[in-house]
Design a binder for this molecule. Structure first.
Ligand SMILES: CC(C)(COP(=O)(O)OP(=O)(O)OC[C@H]1O[C@@H](n2cnc3c(N)ncnc32)[C@H](O)[C@@H]1OP(=O)(O)O)[C@@H](O)C(=O)NCCC(=O)NCCS
Length: 178
């Protein structure tokens, strides 16, 4: 298994991966929604605000994750993980967790202070994410499932309560995704 950073030469393969994986797990409509989101994320996010990571087996992309910049009122540097997909045939073999750890290590190497995500706490707790109340850090959009608002510190400092709103990148600033 080879882990590396995403670059635009992989865009088509990665968009197709998200479409196939989410169509299989959530239905075709959701597969298209996520594929459109990823396509938009790649097309509209400034390079310094987007970090993608891919897992490849025999030159085929079998997993992909994206982190995009989340502007927080404390002035710390923060990124949010979304979305995440591992090819259906090879799910539950550890690729998702290894890919997320690879990505978090890369974020740490860039001196990024905080990582957020929005998803199943039981899955993302395996890679260090913990539930965070919006009284500590607000989400950039209304959360349909506040239980899924998760964060972790990457610099060893405890996450302090922040006053003010947060801002995600344009592609993620869609209430339907939250
Ligand atoms: C969710 C997903 C990324 C996990 O990646 P993965 O490589 O299959 O997972 P891993 O092998 O790293 O981890 C497996 C563990 O996570 C658990 N797990 C897998 N998918 C899960 C999910 N959707 N919710 C909660 N737990 C999950 C498994 O039960 C397993 O637990 P165990 O090790 O205690 O048995 C992958 O299954 C996937 O792409 N699913 C469809 C798309 C999706 O739901 N993406 C996440 C939302 S953006």
């Amino acid at each position: 298994m080879k882990f590396s950073l995403f670059n635009e030469s992989k865009s088509r393969e990665v968009i197709d991966l998200f479409k196939i994986v989410f169509s299989a797990s959530e239905g075709e409509e959701e597969g298209q929604v996520v594929a459109d989101f990823v396509s938009n994320l790649i097309a509209t996010t400034a390079p310094q605000d987007l970090i993608g990571c891919i897992a490849e087996e025999n030159e085929i992309v079998v997993g992909c994750i994206f982190f995009s910049r989340l502007t927080v009122p404390s002035g710390q540097v923060a990124f949010i993980l979304s979305p995440v997909a591992v090819l259906t045939d090879v799910q539950s073999t550890g690729i998702g967790q290894k890919l997320i750890k690879y990505g978090l290590d890369h974020l740490k190497s860039l001196d990024i202070n905080l990582a957020f995500t929005y998803g199943d706490p039981s899955y993302y707790s395996k890679t260090g994410f913990e539930q965070i109340n919006e009284s500590i850090v607000k989400a950039p959009c209304h959360l349909s499932q506040p239980i899924g608002w998760l964060a972790q510190s990457l610099d060893g400092q405890v996450i302090q309560p922040m006053v003010g709103s947060t801002q995600c990148v344009e592609a993620l600033n869609d209430p339907g995704l939250w």
